[in-house]
Design a protein around this ligand. Structure first.
Ligand code: DC
Length: 224
């Protein structure tokens, strides 16, 4: 099986890029953030605070997360319920970053992610894919962009979907989330030594996709 790991901070474009690369290569795209988001949604619904480690861990221990694909799109199920429509909010994003610091929460999902990579060729994105989940990935990318660029992208996504939002607040949230993801004790977001750094601040989506395909061809895919 082949695997490509893409790590990087929030809003760097990981999922957009990974989906397109997956399509071009015929790989499965695994969005690990959405698995953590489904767990965070469960905690929000149970009205537990992110600082209450004991209850967060208990809730996450008891629930089941499963993944399936419909028209190539990843669907996340929380105890059998498809929760894709509820996990993309700022509230869930912030809760996710806060609860993903706990070891037992991570362990459960890391096992699921490794199982998925053992069954199919995957391109997997997250924060710890190259450093923890798939340390032997055939290609590792650390995708980043300036916090302003990332905030602008989120802002435009929200506006396009008709949501009210404020650019300064989005950037502040992004900076806080990056700090937490990069400074947690277990599996902090960091570039793996053997990852290729790609800064997408001044690159179009197509340029980033082409760059990754080029790297995949250089690293492990034979051109016919
Ligand atoms: O990629 P995302 O924005 O959907 O991720 C939401 C949060 O989930 C992120 O702030 C940190 C956490 N996360 C993680 O800790 N490890 C991963 N592999 C993926 C996401």
């Amino acid at each position: 099986m082949y695997s490509i790991a893409i790590d990087g901070p929030a809003g760097a474009g990981k999922s957009t890029i990974a989906k397109l690369v997956a399509k071009k290569l015929g790989y499965i795209y695994v969005d690990t953030g959405s698995m953590y988001r489904a767990m965070a949604l469960a905690c929000i619904r149970e009205e537990v605070s992110s600082g209450d480690e004991e209850n967060v861990v208990r809730i996450c221990d008891d629930l089941s997360i499963t993944i399936s694909y419909e028209d190539d799109k990843q669907q996340v199920f929380l105890n059998g319920e498809n929760v894709n429509a509820y996990i993309r909010t700022e509230e869930v994003g912030n809760m996710t970053s806060a609860i993903s610091v706990y070891g037992p929460v991570r362990e459960k999902l890391v096992n699921l992610q490794r199982q998925m990579a053992s069954k199919a060729d995957v391109i997997m994105d997250g924060r710890d894919i190259g450093t923890c989940v798939l340390v032997d990935a055939n290609l590792k990318i650390y995708l980043t962009a300036s916090s302003r660029t990332r905030a602008m992208r989120r802002y435009e996504e929200y506006r396009a979907s008709g949501k009210e939002c404020n650019l300064e607040e989005i950037e502040k949230d992004i900076i806080e989330r990056d700090y937490r993801d990069m400074h947690r004790e277990i599996s902090p977001l960091t570039k793996a030594d053997d990852a290729v750094l790609v800064d997408s601040s001044d690159m179009s989506v197509d340029e980033v996709v082409d760059k990754i395909i080029e790297l995949a061809e250089k690293y492990f895919i034979k051109k016919n």
